[in-house]
Structures are given as structure tokens and as C-alpha cells.
Design a protein around this ligand. Structure first.
Ligand code: GDP
Ligand code: MG
Length: 172
């Protein structure tokens, strides 16, 4: 999970893994971890999610973090133009640091705040199409779309396993 501070990364993870949402902002310290089992094509996969923390201001997420990921969830806040503009930089970092096979999912979060929306669905969608990535909108508060983003990421990874981009018997 990457993206500007306060876009809702930690709450998306919490909602998915523990069905919890917190109103007050709690800065994440270090790197937080969540995991949950998901079923795709009658097989159970355990998804491991790393939530970036604190360093977001400096985009100095460690290389190991990028290197060992198979999917990047790049999150912005639909009520913040700035968080959407910064998406290009986050994606730049992914391209620089992650394996070429990585899947990227663009997530516009906080759609429960429709009256404060600044970034339209179409803008997010067009950006995703131009950059060849997947786009979805969510609300960590209402839960709308949350299961879907993780299911989608798992399906993308599963596709790449089938295409033998990843070898499950290998350590790396
Ligand atoms: P992070 O810094 O990206 O990890 O963001 P957090 O998950 O800590 O959330 C930052 C703030 O936004 C907190 O006050 C959350 O309650 C709030 N927040 C996160 N997701 C949503 C959402 O979908 N809707 C609304 N209304 N608030 C949200
Ligand atoms: Mg956080």
C-alpha cells in the first residue's frame, strides 16, 4: 500500500483484514502488516499486505519493500487533488524499484465523501487506462469496494502464477 499520507491506506488494510475503521488519524509507525485468506478458482490464497508508514512524506520507502512485492496498491484520496497529482511519483517509484512483472492497482479512496469529491471517477479511470493499470474506487469507512481491490489484486497475481511469471516453489 503506497500513496500520500492520510489517503486511507491503513484503514483500507484494517477494514479488509479486521473489518475495522478508525475516525482519528493514527500515523503508522514502521511497516504494518496484515494478512487474510481469499478464495480464487476454488483455491485458497493467503494475501500478505504491507502498509507503508511515516516515510510517505519523503517517498523513501525501502527498496526491499518494493523489490519483494507482487502488487502495488497506489492510493489517493478523491477529496484531495494533491494526493492524485502525486500518484505519478508513486508509480515512478514502483517502476524504478519493483520487478517488471508487478501488478499496479490505482485506488481512489473515501467515496463516502461524495459531496467533497474533487477528483472525478473519469479522471482516475483515464489515468489508469493511459498507464495500463487497474482502477477502482473505495471507501474504507463504508467498506464499499474494499474486498474487491484485494480480490482483484489476488486474481492478478494468480493470473501471473498461471502464466509462470512466478514460481511458487522458488524462495525468491
Ligand atoms: P494513511 O495515512 O494513508 O494510512 O491514512 P489512514 O488510514 O490513517 O486515514 C487517514 C484519515 O482519513 C483518518 O482520519 C481516517 O479516519 C480517514 N479515512 C480513511 N479512509 C477513509 C474513507 O474511506 N472515508 C472517510 N470519510 N475517511 C477515511
Ligand atoms: Mg497509515
Amino acid at each position: 500500500m503506497i500513496g500520500d499520507p492520510s489517503v486511507g491506506k491503513s484503514n483500507l488494510l484494517m477494514k479488509f483484514a479486521h473489518n475495522k475503521f478508525t475516525e482519528e488519524y493514527q500515523a503508522t509507525i514502521g511497516v504494518e502488516f496484515g494478512a487474510k485468506n481469499i478464495e480464487i478458482n476454488k483455491k485458497i490464497y493467503r494475501i500478505q499486505i504491507w502498509d507503508t508508514a511515516g516515510q510517505e512524506n519523503f517517498r523513501s520507502i525501502t527498496r526491499a519493500y518494493y523489490k519483494n512485492s507482487v502488487c502495488a496498491m497506489v492510493v489517493y484520496d478523491i477529496t484531495s487533488r494533491k494526493s492524485f497529482e502525486n500518484i505519478v511519483h508513486w508509480i515512478e517509484d514502483v517502476h524504478k524499484e519493483s520487478p517488471k512483472t508487478i501488478s499496479i492497482i490505482l485506488i481512489g479512496n473515501k467515496i463516502d465523501l461524495e459531496d467533497k469529491r474533487i477528483v472525478s471517477y473519469d479522471e482516475g479511470n483515464e489515468f489508469a487506462i493511459k498507464n495500463g493499470i487497474i482502477f477502482m474506487e473505495t471507501s474504507a469507512k463504508s467498506g464499499e469496494g474494499v474486498d474487491e481491490i484485494f480480490k482483484k489484486s489476488a486474481e492478478e497475481i494468480e493470473k501471473k502464477i498461471q502464466q509462470k511469471f512466478y514460481d511458487l516453489n522458488s524462495e525468491t
